[in-house]
Design a protein around this ligand. Structure first.
Ligand code: ATP
Length: 580
């Protein structure tokens, strides 16, 4: 928590305490005013001093309290906004470091709504704690002290009973509300998840005529939310009705007791006024505490999904152990996979006891049928997932011993899918590099054959590519991803079908550029189009997570195995395409 925030919190709490004390002291000043006026009038006409002093104090206390009421929201808002800013940052920091497996369990709309609800909840908590609970607690304490001084034990007992009755009703109500509100938050998160899912897939839904299915799913989720809110309001109104009942009974009992005391002479008229005002004034903070209890219960429910996300373990390698990292890998390392076994789900291995060594500075291609585990190997290299057994070593050092940030900064990746940030082309190319000259960005774009596309756009490198880069074609997005990787000039290149969306002319130009930049790096390239990888130093044929064949293009063709079959099929396909 920064120093200024602590200062604002202290100032806000100070004002809250002062406001509470003033609210409680105002009726006491009124009592002295009334008693002063009544006493003076009875003796020899109204004395100015006995009326003016308590009158002036009464007015000053009331005005002071109003003034505090005017200033306090400004401070509360400042505290709120600063805390929300810190909360948003903490959330994003945390979510960006969560393991992919836990992120994939929920829709992004759900995650985002957890933050929204959490912020609303935190705001409610803060507002009530600072603006309600503190001043009201002070007010009630001061009022109790004054009542004790007034020497009216029956009234004190009655006030006490009223307070206990109120608090009991609100305590039970809050517990029931907490349960209802968790149903509301679950339903609300589901609505937002469904909504975000539909909005991000507008094109698919439209193309498949599935708009009504999405609408119905949203309507179902919204109906559940409506039902959950109804449940909440039923409990909330029930609590409020019980409180009103207690209010009526207490008011009657108090006024009757105070009136009886005046008749018997044990209480002055001022005392009667004071106890009536106090009674009403005591009900008000109790009412406030009641509605605060309802809101606090709601707020606790709202912050639960956010706390749940924040409690999830981030991927290892971001925290303490990163201090011992050897730093960014500068020269091309030798990569070793040792007895690597991995599966996304228990009992369903995707990589099975894989042993592989990729010499420093060499290019190794991974080919094989769809689903054989090629991209999973790349994800393991990036530590997006952890293997169940075995390990990956860079120059003999297990990647688990490296800080995640250092490991990833040593890698230039071209992923299979290239969703881009809703930002400019230049920003997307320079992603992850703090200070990049514009000339370097242009050079990388030219090498990736993206320059002509960029030149044709009205805002050139400043063109915003739309959400997930959808304003660019698939091939353009892929070239942008290649430009980004080329700009990184890392010790390791991981290329997952980097040219699958390019025509053969652009593909060969791009591959040439990659070869040039990656000449001194260790490269792992995954490809379906075998012509892309025929020049690799070694080709690994993966099948069901195991190495089936390995060798150079020529030796694999000579073996006449799966690689040879795949190659023939592709060649036949190419010549059939050309004949057509
Ligand atoms: N996040 C995930 N959760 C569960 N299973 C997954 C996940 N990602 C991939 N898989 C499964 O793991 C297996 C291997 O996937 P992988 O992406 O490594 O295959 P691949 O060889 O790269 O396939 P392709 O050539 O089609 O890209 C597949 O059966 C796939 O369904």
């Amino acid at each position: 928590m920064d120093k200024r925030l602590r200062m604002y919190i202290a100032a806000t709490a100070g004002l809250a305490i002062l406001g509470g004390a003033m609210a409680a002291l105002a009726p006491l000043a009124l009592k002295h005013l009334v008693d002063g006026a009544a006493g003076s009038a009875a003796v020899s006409g109204i004395s100015l001093t006995s009326v003016m002093v308590p009158g002036a104090i009464y007015i000053a206390v009331l005005c002071g309290n109003r003034l505090i009421g005017d200033v306090r929201p400004v401070l509360v808002n400042e505290v709120e906004q600063r805390l929300m800013k810190a909360l948003r940052r903490r959330f994003v920091e945390h979510v960006l470091r969560l393991p992919l497996a836990s992120l994939l369990r929920q829709r992004s709309g759900e995650l985002q709504h957890s933050l929204d609800l959490g912020i609303t909840g935190a705001q409610l908590l803060l507002t009530h704690l600072i603006s309600t609970c503190v001043p009201v607690a002070v007010e009630l304490t001061v009022m109790t002290m004054v009542l004790v001084q007034l020497g009216q034990p029956v009234l004190i007992v009655l006030f006490g009973l009223t307070a206990v009755g109120y608090l009991a009703v609100f305590a039970v109500g809050s517990m029931r509300i907490t349960r209802r509100i968790s149903a509301v938050t679950d339903a609300s998160i589901a609505v937002h998840g469904q909504l975000a899912d539909s909005l991000t897939n507008v094109e698919t839904l439209r193309c498949f005529g599935a708009e009504s299915a999405a609408e119905e799913a949203l309507t179902r989720a919204s109906s559940r939310l409506l039902g959950a809110w109804r449940g909440y309001h039923r409990v909330s109104t029930g609590t409020a009705l019980c409180a009103t009942l207690i209010f009526g009974v207490s008011l009657t009992a108090c006024i009757a007791t105070a009136a009886g005391s005046v008749v018997s002479g044990s209480l002055s008229i001022g005392g009667l006024v004071l106890s009536s005002v106090y009674l009403l004034q005591m009900m008000r903070p109790l009412e406030i505490i009641g509605s605060a209890a309802r809101d606090l219960a709601r707020a606790f429910g709202f912050v639960q999904p956010l706390l749940h996300v924040l409690r999830e373990q981030t991927e290892p390698g971001h925290n303490a152990e990163t201090t011992s990292t050897p730093g960014r890998q500068r020269s091309a390392p030798c990569i070793r996979f040792e007895g690597l076994t991995f599966g996304y789900e228990p009992g369903r291995p995707v990589i099975r006891e894989l042993d592989l060594e990729i010499p420093a500075g060499s290019t190794t291609a991974i080919v094989g049928p769809s689903g054989s585990g090629k991209s999973s190997l790349i994800r393991l290299m990036l530590r997006l997932y952890a293997p169940q057994s075995g390990r990956i070593l860079l120059d003999g050092c297990p990647i688990d011993a490296l800080g995640v940030a250092d490991l990833r900064s040593s890698i230039a990746l071209v992923p299979q899918d290239t969703p881009l940030l809703h930002a400019s082309i230049a920003t997307n190319i320079a992603l992850g590099r703090q200070s990049t000259e514009h000339a370097d960005i242009e050079r990388a774009a030219t090498a990736a054959q993206l320059d002509r596309v960029v030149e044709s756009l009205p805002s050139r490198y400043a063109t915003v590519v739309g959400e997930r880069g959808l304003k660019l074609s698939g091939g353009e997005r892929q070239r942008l991803a290649i430009a980004r990787a080329l700009l990184r000039q890392s010790a390791i290149f991981l290329l997952d079908e980097p040219t699958s969306m390019l025509d053969s002319k652009t593909e060969s130009a791009v591959l040439q550029a990659i070869r040039k930049v990656a000449a001194n790096s260790t490269t792992l390239i995954v490809a379906h189009r075998l012509s892309t990888v025929m020049d690799a130093d070694e080709i690994i044929v993966l099948d069901h997570g195991r190495i089936l064949e390995r060798g150079t293009h020529t030796s694999l063709l000579a073996q006449g195995g799966l690689y040879c079959q795949l190659w023939r099929r592709q060649m036949d396909g190419n010549s059939a395409g050309q004949e057509q």
